[in-house]
Design a protein around this ligand. Structure first.
Ligand code: DX5
Length: 230
């Protein structure tokens, strides 16, 4: 079995990460076909029906995603107890696991466990959670995810009021002096992506904006070029 790619190190340029929630689960391979020529990696939206009012899928489906694309997988655990799932998503092929700071578990221990398994570690904040709650973890992160919608559903509107939070996070990452992706997720499309990039984001998660297109790979390629031109 070919190994999936690894999550790249930030290169100072914005990259697009399609999230699968809006993909056609009836034909994963077709949905993800060709994305490897333009997307940075793929995000799996994992939801438990408690942390967010929606239920998506577990590690078994993640294995199917791994088989459907050569791209690296980022498992965004929108779950109350991410500590219970780190091992199984690592075994399913995730290259990066993101846990929510608001989850009901020891976040430091989760980040340590993710790294100990050889994966990259991400921390996510809901829109209302202040950036200050993430700062003490920065030295242990490969990715900081700022939700720009209330997590749980695709197709919501980008919360423009969060642009200052994105800018503050970019400054905090610069001060940390480490290569940490600044990822935004929720309502990102061809209109809001440039705004998020100007504020400092370099990893743009897109669900409905990508999978609503007849040519998702071409859309990602064209928008990436525009965003990287600045
Ligand atoms: C929302 C999910 C997002 C969602 C993004 O809770 O975590 O990743 O799939 O979908 P869009 O891009 O449609 O807002």
């Amino acid at each position: 079995m070919t190994r999936n790619k690894v999550i790249p190190v930030p290169d100072g340029r914005p990259h697009i990460v399609p999230s699968v929630l809006s993909a056609d689960f009836a034909c994963l391979k077709k949905s993800l076909r060709g994305l490897e020529r333009s997307a940075a990696w793929v995000q799996l939206d994992v939801m438990d029906g408690h942390f967010v009012p929606n239920l998506s899928f577990g590690p078994h489906v993640a294995e199917s995603f791994r088989a459907a694309t050569p791209l690296a997988l980022d498992a965004h655990l929108m779950v109350e107890r991410p500590d219970l799932f780190i091992g199984s998503f690592a075994a399913a092929g995730a290259g990066l696991i993101t846990v929510h700071e608001e989850a009901h578990t020891d976040i430091g221990a989760c980040l340590k466990k993710i790294r100990a398994l050889g994966l990259k570690a991400g921390l996510a904040l809901r829109p209302k959670t202040p950036l200050s709650r993430a700062l003490k973890y920065l030295k242990r992160l490969d990715l900081l995810l700022l939700m720009t919608v209330e997590p749980g559903f695709g197709g919501q509107a980008f919360m423009r009021g969060l642009l200052p939070k994105i800018a503050a996070a970019r400054l905090a990452i610069a001060r940390a002096g480490r290569p940490i992706w600044l990822q935004v997720d929720g309502g990102i499309n061809e209109v809001t992506a440039p705004q998020a990039v100007r504020a400092g984001a370099d990893s743009l998660v897109m669900g409905s904006a990508v999978f609503s297109k007849t040519d998702p790979a071409g859309f990602i390629r064209r928008l990436t070029k525009i965003l990287q031109r600045g």
